[in-house]
Design a protein around this ligand. Structure first.
Ligand SMILES: [Zn+2]
Length: 456
């Protein structure tokens, strides 16, 4: 069996991955807060952990892997969006959840085994908060329930490598007067009549964000599970707080054994921001005609623990590569299994860039069946992702024939005006025009635009 090696943020080392139960490999990844379209950076953890999900399924069997990714559907950002738009919270979260599933599906990501919505697990959160209070790890103050960091001081900060004292010194947040320690964080907060709220022993209120993941992970994966993932922007405080809650409520369990964090994404070499004008959503890109498969390919070219730069140039190059690969593998049945070198690259802490280099090698050797089977392990070259590259419907052969006839005529009458005119049109549509003694061939190039060709 392939040995998977993963970099564990908790130990800061890459170690062999051995699941607690090979018949039920369990992974939790923090999901989105649903109030708006997912931006391009939000897609990174989705694609990264989709690759891990596929790899785990390949190695341990598809039916032996449980992947949980939540939807945060109770949050002050959602409340604010409802208030400013005049729409109901339920309407906004339902619509945004579907957008997310559609956009991430367009990137070729498999749906996780479970996609719990936070509001369906309020009872479990209330129960866990009650346990934390009983064990002396949380306290009630002015309608709030707070986690008492001092009750777990020795371990708080271990994942992110910070000490409580340093955190307090570095904290610039306004500290609520009812907090015993400035680092104490909210488990439950009171809701006014106009805000969503649930009855609890501490009055009508709503959960803090961190407790959601602890409660849902416990309910769906148990006290101890294999892998917890997310972006490195969640390392502190979110994941630190998840650990504190879960391990204090269930000290006999270890919570997640392996912690994995993906690096952030930039756009054209700069941090993405609305003020710089380089902020866009996955949906924006898809609408502009960048195929989901191309977006996925660009992401996979950078290792998940390195900062990634999205550029339009990379997207153009990826499109050209995928067109070539799809042309090579058209009508070919995939080999029985991915080649060992691609599997080994992925098993080495998800070295997707290395796996793609191996795929290029298969292309160079003309091994189309192996290419297909191996690329499909990465969610590339699958039939469902290929509609964008289906140029057969455009009848390139008919266009090539038209050019060939014009060329034959030109040979006779020595007038190449029509040939040059057609050539220029095809090239403007992004086609590479190959003329040889055996005939004319039209091959879609990097800037191929099917709409321009249809108009010809
Ligand atoms: Zn989380």
């Amino acid at each position: 069996m392939t040995t998977i090696r993963l970099f564990n943020t908790a130990t800061r080392s890459k170690t062999d991955f051995a699941p607690l139960d090979p018949d039920n490999v369990r992974m939790y990844v923090c999901g989105p807060t649903v109030y708006d379209r997912a931006h391009i950076g939000n897609a990174r953890p989705v694609i990264v952990f989709d690759i891990l999900f596929r790899l785990l399924r390949h190695v341990h069997g598809a039916e032996n892997v449980t992947y949980v990714r939540n939807f945060t559907d109770v949050d002050d950002k959602i409340n604010a969006r409802a208030a400013e738009s005049g729409r109901s919270i339920g309407e906004i979260t339902a619509e945004t959840t579907q957008w997310y599933l559609d956009d991430m599906g367009a990137l070729g990501s498999l749906q996780p085994t479970h996609m719990p919505r936070a509001t369906a697990y309020i009872a479990q959160m209330v129960e866990m908060i009650g346990v934390l209070i009983d064990k002396g790890h949380a306290y009630e103050a002015e309608g709030h329930v707070l986690f008492a960091v001092d009750s777990w001081r020795a371990d708080y900060g271990k994942l992110s490598g910070r000490s409580v004292d340093d955190m307090i010194a570095g904290a610039r947040v306004e500290v609520a007067p009812y907090k015993r320690n400035p680092m104490d964080f909210v488990l439950w907060k009171p809701s006014d009549a106009d805000l969503p709220g649930w009855d609890s022993p501490w009055g009508r209120g709503r959960p803090g964000w961190h407790i959601e993941c602890s409660a849902m992970a416990h309910e769906l994966l148990g006290e101890t599970f294999d892998i917890h993932g997310g972006g490195n922007d969640l390392l502190f405080p979110h994941h630190e707080n998840e650990i504190a809650q879960s391990r204090c409520a269930h000290p006999e369990g270890g919570f997640a054994r392996v912690w994995m964090h993906n690096e952030m994404l930039q756009v054209e070499g700069r941090k993405m921001s609305k003020s710089l004008g380089n902020f866009f959503t996955v949906h924006d890109l898809l609408e502009q005609g960048v195929p989901g498969e191309v977006i996925r390919f660009v992401f996979l070219q950078t290792h998940y623990r390195k900062p990634m730069d999205w550029t339009a140039q990379k997207a153009r190059e990826a499109e050209a590569v995928l067109r070539k690969w799809r042309a090579l593998s058209e009508g070919v049945s995939p080999a029985d299994a991915p080649v060992a070198s691609v599997l080994e690259a992925l098993a080495d802490d998800l070295n997707t860039a290395g796996a793609i280099a191996e795929l290029h090698g298969l292309v160079a050797e003309g091994k189309a069946a192996e290419l297909l089977a191996s690329a499909q392990l990465l969610g590339l070259l699958t039939p469902e992702m290929g509609a964008w590259a289906d140029v057969s419907a455009l009848d390139l052969d008919a266009h090539a024939e038209r050019l060939e006839e014009a060329r034959m005529a030109a040979m006779d009458n020595r007038d190449f005006t029509e040939v040059d005119r057609l050539k220029a049109l095809y090239m403007a549509a992004g086609l590479e025009v190959r003329m040889s003694k055996s005939g004319v061939e039209l091959v879609p190039g990097p800037g191929f635009d099917a709409k321009k060709l249809e108009a010809l």
